[in-house]
Write a protein that binds this ligand. Sequence first.
Ligand code: PLP
Length: 418
Amino acid sequence: MGRGPGNTQGNGTGMTRKNDDGRKNGNLSPATRLAQAGRRSEWTGMPGDRGSIVNPPVWRASTILYEDVAHLRAAETQNDPHQLYYGRRGTPTGWSLAEAITQLEPEAEGTMLFPSGVAAVVTALLSVLKPGDELLMVDSAYGPTRAFCEGFLKEIGVATRYYDPLIGAGIAALCSEKTRAIFLESPGSLTFEVQDVPAIVAAAKARDIVTLIDNTWATPLLLPAMGLGVDITILACTKYIVGHSDAMLGSVTANARCWPALRRRALGLGQMASPDDAWLGARGLRTLDVRLKRQGESGLQIAQWLETRPEVRRVLHPALPSCPGHELFARDFRGPAGLFSIELADPSDKARAAFIDALTLFGIGYSWGGYESLALPVDPARLRSASAWQDHGPLVRFNIGLEDPADLMADMARAFGR
Ligand SMILES: *Cc1c(COP(=O)(O)O)cnc(C)c1O
């Protein structure tokens, strides 16, 4: 007793306080933070109680009851993010997950949770953009992100210009007086080009432009994007944070500059994540480091093997020297994740479907980041405008799970035999 972050007794302002505010522990590694963060004593124990539980439980709520009218009025004016107020403002279950995500990046001021990754992406954009602004969007962006720009943003008078993911410092030439934000996604989740994040951030900062990154592939563990100067980082927590393919969840983390507008916009749009889903996200977050390492290592091993196969024309994996932007990957990333694509030597749709259908250990379905392997046919060409993706055949994208990679390769070899 007396050591755990959840302990309410002891000296009260000593160990307990320090652990409660992870930002004071600036030198802890991310793996340690994953185990410790978000376990404040007031979320894991009861006031005056001698013990506490390890994980903040699921606090479900809509109505919050007040002692009297004076307390109700006081809560209204305080606007304290960690005070029970009304269910939509969240409960300790979500606050705990948000705090744990915030503590993964020392430059982060706060995190808002969302019911999906798409809700996180669009709310982050709406916290920055207003009618008349221009947005620079990476050409390799996630499909629904692009659809939001083409649809809703266009309707409210925000113009989007797409840029080549490999543009680097050349982004400066695309910035105009109206450019308000630059959106990055690195690597792209279909084609895996790696962006020069520091060069784009430098160009943005020189012009007071806000930078946002969809960091779902790498998470802050593999790409500490805020450390590279990005203002806002977005995670589709549905993928690696939840990690078990059983909940939808998103998060947006902002630095001090962008946090007040983000929180205001998210609350104003009525965005929140259910306590049950936040709890599943927190459950997944605790093991993120080991899952990512294992899935990343297996994925790279399989990608290297696929490069030697005659049935494969190309492997799109940022840790392979043949991938566009690989030298940036080697410079900025701390390791690979487990999602990558291959281009088959046989360009026919039929051959691709036959290969995927012949796999027995890979599920066929959308999403990724779970513990189980998936194979998906993807066709990025129709999602491009600023940079061509034409001379390539059909792609298959793999989510490599926690299975033994030897079994996965044997399954693929068997399927190639078809
Ligand atoms: C899946 C995904 C999203 C959207 O997340 P959902 O939770 O499915 O809404 C956003 N960005 C990327 C890169 C994704 O892969």
